[in-house]
Design a protein around this ligand. Structure first.
Ligand SMILES: [Zn+2]
Length: 286
C-alpha cells in the first residue's frame, strides 16, 4: 500500500498505557484528584483522618497504579498508529460516499486490557467492535500476531482487519446487529453461532466493498495487496484457527466462517462494490 502522506482520521483515540483496568488514564487521574480534594474537604470539615475516608471510597492512593501512565511508544508503533489513522480515514471517506447518513465510529487503541461499552476485554480476544459505544477496539500487538503466529504479514492484511471491524459498525448503523442480538435469547447456541457466521461473513464482504472504492485510481492499494487480505482471511477462518490451535475442527462452534467462506465474501465485496450483493443472511450458499 502507498499510504504515507494520506489523510489521517481524527477519530483515533489513543489510550495505550491507560492502566490495567483499561480506564482512560486521563479521566481517572482527573477523577482521582477531584475525589482527593473532596475527601480532604470532608475530613477538614468533620475532623476525620483523610486516609480512612479514602479507603472507604475505594480509591487507591498509589498514583502509579491508578493514574494513566505515559504511552511508551516505539517509532514502529507510532508508524502503525499513523497507518491505522489513514485506513480509518479511508473507511470514513468511502462509507460517507455510500451511506449518506453514515456516522464515523471511534477507534480506540489500547494495550493489554480495556473497558468497553460492551464489557471488559483483553488483547487476546483480538480487535473488536462494540455497538453500544460505536467504537472499534484495537491492541496493535494483534498485527504482530497476525504477521508471525498467523503468518499473514503485510499492511493490507492489517487494513482488512480494520475494515472488517468498521464493517460491523456499518451493520450496526443498518440495524442488522440489533436485530441479531434481539434473537439471541430465542435461539440455541448452535443456531446463534450460525447467525454469527453470517454476520461475520457480511463484515468481510463490507471490508471488500471498502477496498473496492478505496482502490479507485490512485496507488493506495497496489498489486498484491488483495492477496494479503485473502491470505489473512484464510488464516483467521474458524476452521483454520481451530486446526492450528486445537488440532481438530468443530463446525458447530464456528462463529466467523471457514477460510474459504471468508475469502469468498471479501472477494465478492471487492469485485462488485455493491452493498446489495452482501445479504449473507438470505444467501442460499454461504
Ligand atoms: Zn468480526
Amino acid at each position: 500500500m502507498k499510504w504515507l502522506g494520506r489523510r489521517e482520521s481524527d477519530n483515533v483515540n489513543d489510550q495505550r498505557g491507560g492502566g490495567g483496568g483499561g480506564f482512560p488514564g486521563g479521566l481517572l487521574s482527573k477523577g482521582g484528584i477531584g475525589t482527593i480534594v473532596v475527601v480532604l474537604l470532608i475530613s477538614w470539615i468533620t475532623g476525620t483522618n483523610p486516609l480512612s475516608l479514602l479507603q472507604q471510597t475505594n480509591l487507591s492512593t498509589d498514583p502509579a497504579t491508578e493514574q494513566g501512565r505515559p504511552v511508551q511508544s516505539s517509532p514502529e508503533d507510532e508508524l502503525t498508529k499513523k497507518f491505522v489513522s489513514v485506513i480509518l480515514a479511508s473507511t470514513e471517506d468511502v462509507w460517507h460516499q455510500l451511506e449518506p447518513n453514515y456516522r464515523n465510529p471511534q477507534l480506540l487503541l489500547f494495550t493489554d486490557q480495556v473497558q468497553s461499552g460492551c464489557g471488559s476485554a483483553s488483547a487476546s480476544s483480538g480487535p473488536f467492535y462494540c455497538s453500544e459505544d460505536e467504537k472499534v477496539y484495537l491492541d496493535m500487538s494483534f498485527f504482530r500476531e497476525l504477521a508471525t503466529q498467523l503468518n499473514s504479514p503485510g499492511d493490507f492484511a492489517q487494513a482488512y482487519v480494520i475494515a472488517h471491524e468498521v464493517g460491523h459498525h456499518v451493520q450496526h448503523l443498518l440495524g442488522i446487529t440489533d436485530k441479531m442480538h434481539s434473537m439471541q435469547s430465542k435461539l440455541s447456541e448452535e443456531e446463534y453461532n450460525k447467525l454469527s457466521v453470517k454476520l461475520e461473513l457480511q463484515a468481510d464482504f463490507l471490508a471488500g466493498v471498502w477496498a473496492h472504492y478505496a482502490k479507485d485510481g490512485k496507488e493506495f492499494i497496489e498489486e498484491g495487496d488483495i492477496e494479503e487480505a485473502i491470505n489473512a482471511a484464510t488464516a483467521i477462518g474458524d476452521d483454520h484457527l481451530q486446526k492450528q490451535f486445537q488440532g481438530t475442527v468443530t463446525p458447530d462452534s464456528f462463529t466467523h466462517g471457514t477460510s474459504k467462506q471468508r475469502v469468498k465474501w471479501f472477494t465478492k465485496g471487492f469485485q462488485t462494490g455493491d452493498i446489495n450483493e452482501g445479504d449473507t443472511f438470505n444467501a442460499t450458499n454461504l
